[in-house]
Design a protein around this ligand. Structure first.
Ligand SMILES: Nc1nc2c(ncn2[C@@H]2O[C@H](COP(=O)(O)OP(=O)(O)OP(=O)(O)O)[C@@H](O)[C@H]2O)c(=O)[nH]1
Ligand SMILES: [Mg+2]
Length: 474
């Protein structure tokens, strides 16, 4: 069934009408946003329709430090290409206190020029982003290495990803001194593997961003490392990154500001911080990745959960709601099911594998009573305070005679508490710290039965995580 027909407003459980990029409750008139293609139906979230502050199609952002002889040409050529593409634009230059006439050259090429207030490439970058008002932000180096003619190829991909990279290492090439090339390649390969990012050129500055995707990203990098930080944070929020093969030329006039050792150290310095972020449960692809984890116990656990839950479905593939689907293999395996989660990043990531997704809360499911034949809810109730209210809500949307598959760690035995302690040590910031309600198998069977169901069976992962199967009374 069409997803929109299934959805109800969480405020009045009334029908919703799609108007532009908003869903409107037909009873109260309250508006809910559609975020990156995913309906966001959370009653507690206040939503004020965004006033579009885009002033043009593209903001061209160029950072400069002593780039006289380069910056004028770069701005003029880029503006010419954008004009020929029919795009409206603004030119923004953030200057690092150049003393060679860079500022004058940029001003006479029509750019808005600001002098950076804090030192370092990263600080200039942040300050520049704040001045950009285009729907997209195009970043280029000033020095002639980033051929403006290539803007055409990057621009052509703008609707296929939130970040488009002119990439030296994904089918592209670079002309630079051998030592520089080796360091850059080694660094990019290492960082891309360490952070498990499907991107080959993490350090290149020739990129096109969709500005809206940057709005709630906080950047800390003070130097060139800000480039990899931004890419990692965007990826972890589920945004898509696309690389277009590009040929990088040596700089024109002037000296390089990227001292090799400082450059490498700044990247490696951020590696540990970014690695922790990348492996936290908040990462958009956390659950799907854990299913193929190199760490055997983690892989075993995820795969066992997958086989228990899909086994309990007993051949039924649609008319299913998965509450707290995350980015798990289970929802990826059930194209007919509706996946609901509180974390928009995970849903954004899932868009490439699944279409029926809703941003919502277990305390106000945006569906009518008795909507689904099966409701799955695994790894959710231990994260929230009011178990009875949550389970009642799951049962409300279940058809009479329908089945509830409910999974949670069993704190009654010794197995889970021990595993949790080990897990806490191995993966700090993992699930352990997030389990605010410690439930037991017996307690859950009693509770779910008392709310109008019959217990049908159960299974365990290492006697530590319990998965129960219940049938709602007819
Ligand atoms: N505002 C500002 N711009 C900077 C700073 N450091 C570098 N830039 C600019 O950032 C861009 C990239 O720096 P480059 O020195 O070209 O670094 P690179 O491309 O890695 O090295 P080469 O091309 O070999 O010189 C250029 O446009 C520089 O002028 C800085 O601290 N502040
Ligand atoms: Mg350069």
């Amino acid at each position: 069934m069409n997803l929109l027909k299934l959805l109800k407003s969480p405020c009045h459980r009334a029908d919703l009408e799609l108007k532009g990029n908003e869903l409107v409750c037909t009873e109260s008139g309250r508006k809910y946003p559609v975020i990156d293609g995913v309906p966001s139906l959370i009653a507690e979230h206040s939503y004020t329709p965004e006033t579009v502050d885009d002033e043009c199609d593209v903001s061209v952002l160029i950072l400069t430090r002593d780039e006289a002889g380069n910056i004028g040409k770069q701005l003029e050529s880029t503006a010419k290409i954008l004009k020929s593409l029919g795009a409206t634009y603004q030119l923004v230059v953030i200057d690092g206190h150049s003393s060679d006439g860079t500022v004058e050259e940029a001003l006479s090429a029509g750019a808005k020029v600001e002098r950076q207030s804090e030192p370092g490439y990263g600080n200039a970058f942040r300050e520049g982003l704040n001045l950009c008002r285009g729907t997209w932000i195009l970043t280029l180096d000033a020095d002639g290495s980033h051929d403006p003619n290539f803007v055409r190829a990057v621009w052509a991909q703008r609707n296929n990803a939130e970040v488009v990279i002119a990439s030296r290492y994904a089918g592209g090439d670079a002309k630079m001194p051998y030592s520089r090339m080796l360091t850059s390649k080694l660094l990019n390969t290492f960082m891309s593997r360490a952070l498990s990012l499907p991107v080959k050129d993490l350090s290149g500055g020739y990129r096109l961003y969709r500005r809206a995707a940057l709005s709630d990203i906080e950047l800390n990098g003070r130097d060139f490392n800000v480039l990899i930080e931004l890419l990692t944070k965007l990826y972890l929020k589920g945004y898509q990154i696309r690389e277009v093969p590009f040929f990088y030329k040596p700089r024109g006039e002037g000296r390089s500001k990227a001292a090799l050792i400082r450059f490498a150290l700044s990247y490696l310095g951020s590696c540990w911080r970014l690695w922790r972020l990348r492996n936290s449960i908040e990462a958009a692809d956390y659950d799907g990745r854990a299913y193929r984890s190199l760490i055997y116990p983690q892989r075993y656990w995820q795969q066992k959960r997958f086989s228990i839950i899909t086994g309990m479905l007993d051949g039924q593939w649609d008319d299913i709601l998965d509450v707290g689907c995350g980015s798990s293999k289970i929802i990826q395996f059930l194209p007919g099911a509706v996946g609901l989660d509180f974390n928009i990043g995970k849903l954004r990531y899932l868009r490439r594998y699944h279409t029926r997704l809703v941003h919502g809360s277990i305390f106000g499911l945006p569906f009518a009573d008795e909507s689904f034949e099966t409701v799955i809810c695994s790894q959710v109730i231990e994260h929230i305070p009011d178990t009875t209210e949550a389970v009642s809500e799951l049962l409300r949307v279940l058809k009479p005679g329908g089945r509830l598959i409910l999974g949670t760690p069993d704190y009654a035995g010794w197995q889970w508490p021990i595993i949790e302690r080990i897990y806490e040590r191995v993966i700090p910031g993992g699930y352990a710290e997030e389990h605010i309600t410690h439930l037991t198998r017996d307690g859950m069977v009693n509770l779910v039965e008392s709310l109008g169901t019959t217990y049908l069976g159960e299974d365990f992962i290492l006697k530590a995580e319990w998965v129960g199967l219940f049938q709602k009374h007819k």
